[in-house]
Design a protein around this ligand. Structure first.
Ligand SMILES: *[C@@H]1O[C@H](CO)[C@@H](O)[C@H](O)[C@H]1NC(C)=O
Length: 423
């Protein structure tokens, strides 16, 4: 009798437990389905273009620096903490989850794991697309040298040249023609310039560029080299080229931490205005001791003004190349308007923290970047910034969606990436 009652009780408990589990699992599942990006919902979505090649810096790097001697690496936790396939080993993205180009690739119909890092890709993946981006890289070859090894724009373009040569080296003229034709249909994403300012021009203790050029002359020099590299891509077969402008880097947590207080941050040398960079086991601070403080308490307007000159020139470059290069279709992405939208409409997007990194150390979590094994903020979707320099996946989603589908002339000039893909 007692045993029977016990059994019934146990059965009841089991039943209840199963029910709760079912509800929880269903809820989780529904939540995942709801939060899942469009490209994963539509598993069967057709790829809009045959291939995608990516050039840039840490905003889009997905692991090309992992095996080189560099402080500009993100292959340690908690980087990638929200990246679906990063359970075994962190993939080297400088954010909690997906980058802008991951999301763009998804919107273009590429299936996860999207476009592989060139440094780790297998040969049979080359024709579908590669990511050549490298943290700390800039347009200028010396940019980012304060952080160690990386691949500047010219190196990334040379890596693509080797790939294009290999792809078009078919023995038959037919095969060669087909491959060249295909390269003209791919999307080429190029995002460069942030480090030419952060890790060059505005680091006068390490670089002489601020003494050699005023902001207008510096932008002109950058754009001359940038234009040269775009021409090389064009000569190698690229036609649909997305050129991303630089965001308001005077407003990133790293800059906010530097300008809004003059006192030294913890664990840094010098007077503390330098860049805090973490690699497993070491924290170093470099340079930047003589930074002038801005009068504006919100952002570093000296940097934003220099960026505005550069972005204006970049848009002119895109317009000019569209006129000069037959068959070329370049699209300029306005990262400043996109970034402003994130802050102005923060509430609408669910952001509650707009000026602080989710993971980092010191003022604004911006004095030292996210350290190995550091515990990040709980709700990453409420932060625009993941660390001192880089947006969260949540912010990247909004930026990518705007680049892909905005109305003509809004964030993308002369039209959005969705249209570029169908041309
Ligand atoms: C992209 O731009 C085109 C016009 O250039 C527009 O028709 C379209 O609605 C925009 N958005 C998407 C997602 O295609």
């Amino acid at each position: 009798m007692g045993n029977q009652q016990d059994d019934r009780h146990r059965l009841l408990l089991l039943h209840r437990w199963l029910l709760i589990t079912l509800v929880v699992v269903t809820a989780l599942h529904m939540h995942t389905a709801e939060a899942a990006p469009a490209p994963e919902k539509k598993k069967q979505q057709k790829q809009m273009v045959p291939c995608m090649y990516i050039f840039g810096d840490s905003l889009v790097d997905n692991g090309n620096n992992n095996n080189i001697l560099s402080l500009a690496r993100a292959n340690y936790r908690p980087y990638g903490v929200d990246f679906p396939s990063s359970a075994a080993s962190p993939p080297g993205r400088f954010t909690n989850g997906r980058t802008v180009v991951d999301i763009l690739a998804g919107l273009l119909g590429f299936q996860p794991p999207f476009i592989p890092a060139h440094a780790m890709a297998a040969q049979d993946e080359y024709a579908r697309g590669l990511n050549f981006a490298s943290g700390a890289a800039g347009v200028r070859p010396e940019t980012g040298n304060n952080l160690g090894g990386h691949y500047p724009l010219a190196d990334q373009v040379e890596h693509f040249r080797a790939v294009a040569d290999q792809l078009t080296s078919s023995s038959s003229p037919e095969g060669k023609k087909k491959m060249t034709n295909q390269l003209g249909k791919c999307i080429y994403y190029v995002g460069m310039g942030s480090n030419d300012y952060l890790n060059n021009y505005f680091m006068p203790d390490y670089y002489s560029t601020a003494r050699d050029y005023d902001p207008a002359a510096y932008a002109a020099a950058l754009l001359q080299e940038y234009s040269r590299q775009i021409n090389v891509l064009y000569d190698l077969g690229a036609r649909k080229i997305v050129v991303a402008g630089v965001g308001q880097i005077g407003c990133i947590p790293y800059e906010l931490a530097r300008i809004n207080d003059g006192s030294p941050p913890p664990n840094t040398v010098g007077n503390g205005a330098g860049i805090g960079i973490a690699v497993p086991g070491i924290t170093i601070s470099l340079g930047g001791a003589n930074r002038r403080r801005s009068n504006n308490n919100v952002c570093n307007e000296e940097i934003n003004n220099a960026i505005a000159i550069y972005n204006k020139g970049l848009l002119s470059m895109v317009k000019r190349l569209n006129r000069q290069l037959p068959g070329a279709k370049l699209v300029f992405l306005d990262a400043v308007s996109g970034g402003r939208d994130l802050v102005v409409n923060a509430g609408k997007y669910g952001f509650t923290v707009v000026d602080k990194g989710c993971c980092g150390v010191g003022r604004n979590n911006g004095q030292i970047t996210c350290l190995p094994m550091q515990r990040p903020c709980e709700d990453r979707s409420q932060y625009i910034f993941w660390d001192a320099f880089h947006p969260t996946e949540a912010a990247n989603r909004i930026i990518a969606a705007r680049a892909f589908g905005s109305a003509p002339g809004n964030d993308a000039y002369p039209f959005n990436i969705s249209r570029l893909a169908t041309l």
